[in-house]
Ligand binder design. Sequence first.
Ligand SMILES: NC(=O)c1ccc[n+]([C@@H]2O[C@H](COP(=O)([O-])OP(=O)(O)OC[C@H]3O[C@@H](n4cnc5c(N)ncnc54)[C@H](OP(=O)(O)O)[C@@H]3O)[C@@H](O)[C@H]2O)c1
Length: 279
Amino acid sequence: MTALPTFTAHNGFTLPAIGLGTYALWGDAGADAVAGALSAGYRLVDSAFNYENEGSVGRGVAASGVDRAEVIVTTKLPGRHHRTAKATTSIEESRSRLGVDAVDLHLIHWPNPSQDEYVQAWQALVEAQQRGVVRQIGVSNFLPAHLERIERETGVRPVVNQIEVHPYFPQEEQLEYHRDHGILTEAWSPIAKAADLLAEPVVVEVAAAHDISPAQAVLAWHVARETIAIPKASSREHQVANLAAASVALSRDEVAAITALGRADGRLFGGDPRTHEES
Ligand SMILES: NC(=O)c1ccc[n+]([C@@H]2O[C@H](COP(=O)([O-])OP(=O)(O)OC[C@H]3O[C@@H](n4cnc5c(N)ncnc54)[C@H](OP(=O)(O)O)[C@@H]3O)[C@@H](O)[C@H]2O)c1
């Protein structure tokens, strides 16, 4: 098994270039998909309290036979649990559902700015990390202003910001902000849900030039831009193909040609963190 490239955050925490998305992986089939991915070489697994699949993810990790210390299990704190006491209970509930001694990476799912409680949520994660029930802490869907505020008010900078990134929405400025601050970018919906993007002529051309699939070309584009892609894949075939994409090197011109698909309104469903909130 070829080692995946890794990327390193400001505090030395490293993540592999490709992880497994798990939205809609539920029940026994979900647990089997997670176990299968780990046996195929994945070491980073995403999940969230709101996906209602922490139990399946945890069972998949346990059944995989892969040394627990090698696996980075991620979950996310939901918007309705931001207040300190609720956040602390929620973090404990996630750990318990996952069936792990400590969650490797716990993120705030959305900032929900109108609620204005994300600093409390961050403080609860900081304290959970101090107690040792969470190893690394980060956020998701945070804009630079949100990142700056939590660091200003707590003195602690997240290691990861998981955001929407794909060729229709390449997020160049936000990525540059993350690079400047040593915050790792995880890309959600990295292949834009395997719909129109995979038929874009430029993606098809790059794929043909490397004798790979369009989905692999898009994942190689993420790796070249040093974003950690977490494609959801239920089949063994897709899981293996997605990991293999990490060893494909695109040229600078190929990366630029795919990035040129970007649009100002390229978000898949209007998930602008200034206005989109999830409970
Ligand atoms: N933080 C957030 O707010 C947020 C929001 C959305 C998503 N996420 C996370 O990001 C993960 C990924 O995003 P996503 O699930 O929305 O979309 P995605 O990963 O871009 O696309 C998933 C789709 O791609 C298909 N697929 C996977 N590999 C493929 C391949 N090699 N060739 C062709 N099709 C392939 C999958 O099918 P099969 O399952 O049949 O393989 C599935 O239908 C989620 O699962 C979740 O963990 C986070």
